[in-house]
Design a protein around this ligand. Structure first.
Ligand code: F6R
Length: 608
């Protein structure tokens, strides 16, 4: 949801800004822009389209070297993608980039019109920029101008601002949207996410809400009031630069799928040196009185929650509900004692999930977050947090983060099963051993068969509509397989429980309709195969993703198929997930689409 970068130091700012924007383009890519500050003036260049369009525009101009600048890559909320609506927004006294939504932009506009301001864009951001301009005019003091504006602004924002009469400093302020600052001996950096800063420094600070950061060459000061310095914490980031680059892969998505074995190993290994799986370093009080779990998340993370529901109910016999965060936050929930609210998120910055967490806390639920990004808002605000250690995920379509969320949920399910005496230690140990020893290698063996999956995907590249079907946990996996395929291949896809098609949707099956059937649950295999025969007899062209034992024992229909490697049943959901992620990846790549940046989407949905 929009990427912000800022640089001030002894280097030329433009290359640093462009490189940072490239690292953040996954957050939004419908337009981009930069403002470069000079002693006596400011240059702002912006362009609709991807970053390369901005670069073309910059190359056409003779841009002087500037040591201080801000940049932005946009995911439009107010106003269509266009040059004029792109950021930065320049006013008489400043230039500003913004991530978020200003909810009261209309009333701010009314106020500013009365004060003699006029507007050129349709954006809420221009209204915010001009409000800060208005306050700056009163005092010529940047901290108070920003903090005064903050009192008026409703909604969410992360701002990077350069005041034209202070061309060697960048100011930053945020509410409900992330901002990271970092510095080295000669320069300071601002960004909405860590990858943009990683090439320069690993000492980063996640700016707290309501604190103004003042970035100068090689130092950063923080203010909670004008002239009142505040303390902010810097942390050493574990991620490496290589993790945030493509490393020879054609797309981040393929690279991230190929990292699944090591991500799974890293998530599982560090928690399996004792039994029960040590999730909370000795203090597992949050799990002690759990009688119900309410999992809340969005999109792919919500689908991981469905897989978790299957595992927790099966292993620990605890009832689990799974809710979409944007629904949970506005629903008139009924709280039952003993309910643990569990939030899943790769980024830890998804606006709806954060709002749902805040609501759960208000209602008095104990809260636990499973998050990939260290120190993110969800991680900081939940009562307890479990990190998934998948490393940075850049491709918009989430893959490795989903797999490790499922792995963490498996560990949680086993932990709860032991605590509640629902499973013997021996049984838990056996499953843990499979997760530790057999899971990463089984996933590796699927990745090694990418060519086979690519060939299968060629048979659907021309499809306009298709269905995924499955039962039990295979239905949960089908939902994610379907989302992955549709978001990056633009093929309309729906996932159905195999037994439900005949209650309506089967009327859409006709000659040649592709139906992708997922069958890994042995107990339900026979019933799932009924569903396959039902669609085949109505003309469907079936592609089967099936476990090895089922392929060996059941009589499968004549159809295209991908047989998963032989592995324990506890490992199968993960292996299947990788196979269908690759299927989506190759479909999109075969169609020549922009796999990592599908249209209309952005990573990390920090607006409602
Ligand atoms: C789809 C995808 C999204 C995210 C969702 C939640 O591939 O990535 O559906 O899963 O936006 O994001 P996080 O996990 O960051 O809360």
């Amino acid at each position: 949801m929009c990427g912000i970068v800022g640089y001030v130091g002894n280097k030329s700012s433009l290359p640093v800004l462009l490189e940072g924007l490239r690292m953040l383009e996954y957050r939004g890519y419908d337009s981009a822009g930069v403002s470069l500050a000079y002693e006596r003036d400011m240059i702002t260049v912006k362009s609709k389209g991807k970053l390369c369009e901005l670069e073309k525009k910059l190359a056409e101009r003779n841009i002087r070297e500037s040591l201080c600048g801000i940049g932005h890559t946009r995911w439009a909320t107010h106003g269509a993608p266009s040059d004029i609506n792109s950021h930065p927004h320049e006013t008489e006294l400043l230039t500003l980039v913004h991530n978020g939504i200003i909810e009261n932009h209309k009333s701010i506009e009314g106020f500013l019109l009365r004060e003699g301001y006029s507007f050129v864009s349709e954006t809420d951001t221009e209204r915010a920029a001009k409000l800060i301009d208005y306050f700056y005019k009163q005092t010529r003091e940047p901290i108070s101008a920003l903090l005064e504006a903050k009192k008026t602004l409703l909604g969410s924002f992360a701002f990077g601002v350069i005041f034209k009469d202070i061309p060697s400093k960048i100011y930053a302020l945020r509410k409900d949207n992330p901002l990271i600052v970092g510095y080295d001996s000669t320069s300071s950096y601002l960004a909405s996410d860590i990858p943009a800063i990683l090439p320069y420094t690993k000492r980063c600070c996640r700016l707290s809400e309501g604190i103004v950061a003042e970035l100068s060459s090689g130092s950063i000061s923080f203010y909670d009031k004008p002239f009142s310095l505040a303390d902010e914490k810097f942390e050493e980031v574990e991620w490496t630069c290589e993790q945030a680059q493509k490393g020879g892969f054609p797309h981040f998505m393929l690279k991230e799928i190929s990292e699944e074995p090591s991500a799974l190993r890293s998530t599982v290994e560090r928690r399996l040196d004792s039994l029960p799986p040590s999730l909370f370093e000795g203090d597992d009080s949050i799990l002690k009185c759990v009688e119900r779990i309410s999992i809340v998340a969005c999109g792919t993370a919500m689908h991981a929650g469905l897989v978790g529901q299957n595992m927790i109910e099966k292993y620990a016999r605890i009832p689990v509900s799974v809710e979409i965060a944007s629904e949970f936050r506005y629903r008139d929930s009924i709280i039952q004692n003993g309910t643990l609210a569990l939030f899943l998120s790769q980024s830890g910055e998804t606006a709806d999930t954060i709002a749902a967490l805040r609501k759960a806390k208000e209602l008095g639920y104990p809260t636990l977050a499973i998050v990939n990004v260290f120190g993110s808002t969800l991680a900081r605000e939940a009562d307890r947090v479990l990190y998934t250690n998948a490393g940075p995920e850049i491709s918009v379509a989430s893959t490795k983060a989903y797999s490790v969320q499922c792995a963490m949920l498996a560990l949680l399910a086993l932990n709860l099963a032991l605590l509640r005496g629902e499973m013997s230690e021996d049984k838990v140990k056996k499953i843990c051993r499979s997760l530790l020893c057999e899971l990463p290698s089984a996933v590796e063996s699927v990745i090694a068969r990418g060519e086979e999956i690519r060939t299968l995907s060629q048979s659907i590249t021309d499809a306009e509509h298709l269905f995924f079907i499955g039962r039990g946990i295979d239905y949960s996996l089908a939902l994610e397989a379907s989302l992955k395929l549709k978001e990056i291949s633009y093929i309309h896809s729906e996932a159905y429980p195999s037994g439900e098609l005949k209650h309506g949707t089967i009327s859409l099956i006709s000659d040649g309709t592709p139906v992708i059937s997922i069958i890994t649950d042995r107990a339900l295999a026979e019933k799932s195969l009924f569903g396959v025969h039902e669609v085949i007899s109505r003309g469907a062209r079936v592609i089967l993703f099936c476990s090895e034992d089922i392929a060996r024992e059941a009589s499968l229909p004549h159809c295209e198929r991908f047989i998963l490697p032989k592995c324990p049943s506890s490992v199968l959901p993960f292996v299947l997930a990788t196979a269908v992620q690759l299927f989506a990846y190759y479909t999109s790549a075969e169609k020549g689409l922009d796999v990592d940046k599908p249209r209309n989407l952005a990573k990390s949905v920090t607006v409602e």
